[in-house]
Ligand binder design. Structure first.
Ligand SMILES: C[S@@+](CC[C@H](N)C(=O)[O-])C[C@H]1O[C@@H](n2cnc3c(N)ncnc32)[C@H](O)[C@@H]1O
Length: 269
């Protein structure tokens, strides 16, 4: 999926992944000289921000399973003067890095895609240098009007297909405690959580369609039969009219959960 949308991902005039990366990097607060690995780095929003804090010589690496995303990230990072950031194609479930250690492990909007998140967190823990820290973002709640818009897809979604933003409405990603529990199960301690609302601004319903096709939600469009696409868009357009602000633009709100943790010396296996 991410290979298919790598060109349009984060490139259709909606500032979404950047503000989320701001939250993550802000809470991780990388210091000058600290090394950082970004797991599921996408187009490098976290890496670009981290680079500003750690300086010219600190080690920065991004890994992602999608070659398309990595190609895009390479271009973005090179344009930002960050040719030194290393990118590797790798599965986040169990990244193998020959014993390389990092002061910071970061991962924005990735863990819920991974079949066994506790095992993944356990393998990410082995990438941490002593006294290192890990930070991730996941999705908290959405404004009810947005849920109403997205419900246009519900009749067409195959059983078991979940929106990443709501994945496991009853599972670990449904609550702060659930995500903190994953960290504790994986051997982390001192887990801290913050929630922040991120505003999504879209010019009109056509822009909403373009944006939803450029992110993971595209999977929902692909579940809609071709002869129903126009009808779904029409229903969504009606519901989006309830989300228009004083500026005439559509405003949707997503709560972003940032979770940070560390490893107490001696507690790791
Ligand atoms: C929602 S995007 C987030 C990208 C980036 N972190 C950002 O904030 O813009 C999810 C990313 O996770 C990557 N991804 C999904 N499953 C993965 C896996 N098993 N291993 C590595 N990367 C994965 C996707 O290719 C995609 O780049």
């Amino acid at each position: 999926m991410f290979d298919v949308l790598s060109t349009s991902y984060d490139a259709v005039g909606v500032d979404f992944f950047g503000p989320i990366a701001d939250q993550l990097v802000g809470h991780l607060s990388p210091a000058r000289g600290e090394s950082l690995i970004d797991i599921g780095c996408g187009k490098g929003q976290v890496l670009i921000r981290a680079a500003k804090h750690v300086g010219q010589t600190a080690r920065l690496m991004g890994i992602d399973v999608s070659p398309g995303m990595l190609d895009q990230a390479r271009a973005v990072l090179d344009r930002a003067g960050l040719a030194r950031v290393e990118l590797r194609e790798m599965d986040a479930q169990d990244p193998h890095l020959d014993g390389e250690l990092f002061d910071i492990v970061a991962s924005s909007l990735v863990l819920f895609f991974i079949p066994d998140p506790v095992r993944a967190l356990g393998s990410w823990r082995t990438l941490l240098a002593p006294a290192g820290r890990i930070g991730i973002t996941t999705f908290g709640g959405r404004d009810p009007r947005w849920e109403e818009v997205d419900s246009v897809f519900t009749p067409y979604l195959p059983a078991g297909m979940l929106d990443a933003r709501t994945s496991g409405a009853n599972g670990p990603f449904a609550s702060d405690d659930g995500v903190a529990g994953l960290f504790r199960e994986a051997g982390f301690s001192s887990v801290q959580t913050w929630n922040t609302d991120v505003d999504v601004t879209l010019t009109d319903a056509a822009h909403w369609r373009t944006w939803t096709m450029s992110v993971g939600q595209r999977a929902m469009w692909e579940a809609v039969p071709a002869d129903k696409v126009a009808e779904v868009q029409e229903h969504a357009t009606e519901r989006l009219s309830n989300c228009i602000g004083d500026d005439g633009q559509i405003h949707l709100t997503q709560t972003i959960r940032t979770t940070l943790a560390g490893v107490t010396p001696g507690s790791a296996e």
